[in-house]
Design a protein around this ligand. Structure first.
Ligand SMILES: [Zn+2]
Length: 171
């Protein structure tokens, strides 16, 4: 009996202390709890860009997770996986993340959300100037990346011009 009570007390204390440790940073509910804090800004931007186009996107409700990890495989900057019975997972390569510019990070996170949230497959189409028609290009196709401050609006329009769940899932 004593042992049980003691255990409960200790467990309660542990709970109490672990809560108060985080009080300072967690008084405001975190918007994307399953997403690495460094990625949250880009998840937020994705929502904002969608909202600006009249599309309601709630990545907190979708519960898509976001992680920065070392990804094996050359030139693989990000990945979206669709585990069974769990929310989809965006994984961004750590070495890329450390070196990537803000714009390039946005490009990669938006590409992965294109898979994980919009369920878009790759699209290798080219514009007349040879540039990729979509940021959903695989990177192994013939088109040339041309994502810049000047072109991002065009590419985000193209990205979001698809309703979630309409297209079948593909990596
Ligand atoms: Zn992809």
């Amino acid at each position: 009996m004593y042992t049980n009570k003691f255990f409960i007390w200790v467990a309660f204390m542990g709970f109490f202390f672990s809560c108060s440790e985080h009080d300072e940073v967690e008084t405001i509910p975190v918007k994307f709890p399953g997403v690495d804090p460094e990625l949250r800004e880009y998840f937020q931007r994705f929502e904002d860009e969608a909202a600006a186009r009249g599309l309601p996107v709630d990545l907190t409700v979708s519960a898509i997770t976001g992680t920065i990890l070392k990804i094996d495989g050359e030139h693989v900057l990000g990945r979206c996986s669709f585990p069974r019975a769990q929310p989809n997972q965006v994984i961004i390569d750590q070495s890329f993340w450390m070196l990537g510019t803000d714009l390039f990070r946005e490009f990669v996170v938006f590409h992965e959300l294109g898979h994980c949230y919009l369920f878009r497959p790759h699209l290798e189409d080219r514009l007349s100037n040879g540039a990729c028609a979509s940021i959903m290009r695989s990177g192994n196709g013939p088109c040339l990346d041309n994502y810049s401050q000047r072109t991002r609006r065009f590419y985000i329009d193209e990205l979001l011009d698809h309703q979630p769940g309409v297209l079948s899932a593909s990596r």
